[in-house]
Design a binder for this molecule. Structure first.
Ligand code: ATP
Length: 775
């Protein structure tokens, strides 16, 4: 087929195809939308291969050219709209030969494949074989020598789309957090009935070779025991499990939840089935036990906010990777490490993924866990320390045990309780005393004898056990700073309660509180203790981290809200909603929600709003409605951060749009307000809260029984720090350095906000005109 050119006679325009393969995963549609639109924005042609590798093998109409409007509204659709299949033909060389011929026939020279480990293994095989496939096609005269030369390099890029999170070298696959969300939802429901009847439930979740879903379900629901293939339980697992469950019941727990991965086995690779577990629980432990197999519910339906953002960002990166690829370059896949999207070699990741399976087969379980990556190991360790609370082996010597104060400061955020629960459980497992400080700093200084339950008191495991899935703040939170309630009074309370380590959970107020106490150390000796802040705020505006606990819950609430109001316009299809988001003086929430819902425009405090911008956006809206042939499933959306402009308020913007539409479309404004705090914390906020909270207490206990006097400790800048995820790492940043170098105190946000680049992607994928386009 003759190459299409983009006007420059000698330069063929790239044709990039996207396909989804293997099991469907929530977020696949977001990836396809991003690949198609980014391809078109890069002045290339976009294609979709229908029904996975089957479409590639069949060719013809199974490979369809895609236009901008074809993917409208896809972000909020579950499954994959271009279809997927398990294709036997592609496993054999003749099938791959046909696929190669079909690609050349369509002139496709870049391929983005979104699928699981099998699909990407197939992609890797295809890439390796490509030169020999072309030679075979040329010698049988199915392609010309010129075509063989022109297509000699296959640019293939993988996107990992799978609910199992079973692919190596990436922390999360597209779809895994949506699936985890469904599991958590189900376990939360089961929890209520289990509690009522004092029952035990054995819940089987997907994961034949990978225990990520089971482990994370355990972490995020506070299950009593978890079985995963990578790290089977000890030889005497029956006794081990029964002891832990007996202990939890003896502590007063009324329910028991055991999570079993489909592929669970013992250390000799004998299957551990839900029935086997049930027999133990109902036999020796005499618990009324039921089995629930979650099955295909876990495939997830609509994607959660994280999967929509990730699939979009990764889809964009995949197109860039295809365009950047040089002849002879290895193929890449797009990975996420903590918060950073990176390209990684496909070949190595496929090999490592296969090595996990081999390690399990060879019963080398340490290797299997370590090949799954640091994050997996940390989650496993965090789970074990916070569930096996009676493991005396974990206790520290008396001299190293601390009085650890736990305080919530600022507005509530989803995951505050999850963090508190795991901090308490961790403290107890090590012999520290966890003191809950109720209602923030005002609660601390209020005299405890006047309080019916005491505003500072020890909490036990049973009390916090159910907090993992609770929204809000169980110990109460307050915005008032130590300076408001009195620095001297605050310090006196620390002394009275003999607090020798403080764990603060909260947002920018918590950050300010830590700063005040750090500055007050010279005058108030009780502040010369280690303190660590776990950022928890829906606004995600705390310096030193790119992620705050609660921000994901907020995004899910906001995305759900936007989906619902978009849907409400499905009858007229000619309505634009201007939705006001929270987030203080940070546009993070608006931008990330904009990525997740495909907003037409996002207004942020960082950028502000001006009349020319509104004019361009209204013009864009007119065009968008004019070219819409019914593809928009529901209305269109603009997101406006609450502090983007004092003049152009949400209502004013909506009114201006209405006025300027001249009756061609209508506009409405909507203010979700506190809905954005979310109810139940999202699984991501829960699991991250657990992991980060454990790290925080470990950081504090590093100062226990220190040879250093408080005065010397005070000079150690790291004694007061903020835990954060920055790029690909989890780090502790010294408060002193953050205050001086990274804080925009006036606007209450970090000086450099990592997500600002994502704003451009929202604009690019909505086709929003840039200022110069209109000049
Ligand atoms: P999931 O994680 O949801 O199971 P997956 O991509 O691992 O997704 P598979 O069924 O393993 O799902 O693979 C999907 C398709 O990829 C297969 O039907 C086959 O067409 C192709 N494929 C898988 N493994 C190979 C391989 N080794 N060689 C060639 N093609 C393969």
């Amino acid at each position: 087929m003759a190459p299409v050119t983009n006007g420059e006679a000698s330069k063929p325009r790239k044709r990039i195809a996207v396909m989804t393969s293997g099991g469907d995963a929530p977020g696949m549609n977001g990836a396809v939308r991003a690949v198609v639109r980014m391809t078109l924005q890069e002045n290339c042609e976009a294609y979709a291969v229908m029904e996975g590798y089957q479409g590639l093998v069949e060719g013809g109409d199974w490979i369809k050219q895609m236009e901008w409007a074809d993917v409208r509204g896809w972000l909020s659709e579950g499954g994959t709209l271009i279809g997927t299949a398990r294709c036997q033909d592609f496993r054999e060389r003749p099938g791959r030969l046909r696929a190669a011929k079909n690609m050349i026939e369509k002139g496709i020279n870049g391929l983005v494949i979104c699928g699981g480990d099998g699909s990407l293994t197939g992609a890797d095989t295809f890439r390796k074989e490509w030169p020999s496939l072309l030679s075979q096609l040329a010698s049988s005269k199915e392609i010309t020598a010129a075509e063989q030369e022109e297509y000699k390099f296959l640019n293939i890029v993988g996107l990992v789309g799978s609910i199992d999170n079973d692919f190596a070298d990436t922390d999360a696959t597209i779809g895994c957090y949506s699936s985890l969300g469904r599991i958590c939802e189900a376990v939360d429901y089961i929890d209520a009935t289990a509690f009522s009847h004092q029952r035990a439930f054995v819940i089987e979740v997907m994961g034949r070779h990978c225990g990520w879903l089971a482990l994370m379900a355990g972490v995020s629901t506070g299950a009593d025991y978890v079985f995963i293939p990578e790290n089977p339980p000890p030889e005497d697992w029956e006794a081990h499990m029964c002891d832990i469950i007996k202990n939890h019941r003896a502590l007063g727990k009324r329910k028991t939840i055991v999570i079993v991965a489909e592929g669970a086995h013992d250390r000799d690779l004998n299957k551990i089935s839900p029935t086997k577990v049930k027999d133990l629980l109902s036999g020796p432990l005499k618990l009324d036990t039921r089995i629930t197999t979650l099955g295909h519910v876990q495939r997830g339906g609509q994607a959660c906010a994280y999967d929509r953002q990730m699939s979009t960002l990764q889809g964009v990166e995949a197109v860039r990777a295809v365009l950047d690829a040089k002849p002879g370059d290895a193929s890449h896949f797009i990975s996420v490490v903590e918060n950073k999207i990176v390209r990684k070699p496909l070949l190595e990741a496929v090999a490592t993924t296969q090595a996990v399976a081999e390690a399990i087969e060879n019963k080398d379980f340490d290797k299997a866990v370590s090949l799954r990556g640091d994050e997996f190991k940390e989650y496993y360790d965090a789970y074990m320390t916070t569930t096996a609370t009676e493991d005396a082996g974990q206790l520290l010597p008396e001299s190293k045990r601390m009085n650890i104060g736990i305080i919530h400061v600022g507005a509530p955020a989803g995951g505050m309780n999850s963090a508190t629960r795991s901090a308490v459980a961790y403290c107890l497992s090590r012999g520290h005393k966890p003191w809950a400080i109720h209602n923030g700093f005002p609660g601390l200084v209020r005299h405890h004898k006047d309080e019916p339950i005491g505003s500072v008191r020890l909490v036990d495991w049973l009390e916090v056990e159910g907090w993992i899935s609770k929204g809000g703040s169980e110990i109460g939170t307050n915005r008032d700073l130590p300076s408001k309630v009195g620095l001297a009074e605050t310090a006196a309370c620390f002394k009275e309660w003999k607090i020798d380590g403080l764990f603060i959970i909260g947002g920018f107020e918590a950050y300010s509180a830590l700063s005040e106490m750090r500055k007050g150390q010279a005058e108030h000796p009780p502040f010369r203790i280690p303190m660590v802040l776990l950022p928890a705020t829906i606004s995600n505006n705390v310096p030193g981290t790119e992620y705050s606990v609660g921000s994901d819950t907020c995004l899910n609430a906001l995305v759900g809200y936007c989906d619902a109001i978009k849907q409400s316009a499905s009858a007229s299809r000619r309505r634009i909603f201007v939705v006001e988001t929270q987030g203080g003086r940070s546009g993070y929430i608006a931008t990330m929600a904009g990525l997740a819902i495909g907003a037409l425009a996002v207004y942020t405090p960082e950028e502000g709003i001006d009349l020319a911008m509104l004019g361009r956006d209204i013009e864009h809206l007119r065009e968008s409605f004019a070219t819409d042939k019914g593809q928009t499933r529901g209305g269109k959306l603009i997101l406006n951060s609450e502090h983007a402009s004092a003049t152009y308020t949400t209502q004013v913007i909506a009114d201006m749009i209405k006025e300027e539409s001249h009756g061609r479309f209508e506009s409405r404004f909507a203010i979700p307000g506190h809905v954005q705090q979310g109810g139940t914390p999202s699984p991501m906020d829960r699991v991250r809260a657990v992991r980060l909270a454990v790290k925080c207490i470990q950081k504090l206990e590093g100062y226990a029984d220190s040879d250093k006097t408080p005065e010397v400790q005070m000079k150690d800048e790291d004694t007061m720090s903020v835990i954060g995820i920055t790029g690909a790492s989890v780090v502790f940043n010294s408060m002193k350095r953050l205050e001086a170098e990274e804080t925009d105190w006036k606007d209450r946000r970090p000086l450099n906000e990592s997500w600002l680049a994502y704003k451009k992607i929202v604009d690019t994928l909505s086709g929003r005109p840039k200022p110069m386009d209109c000049c």
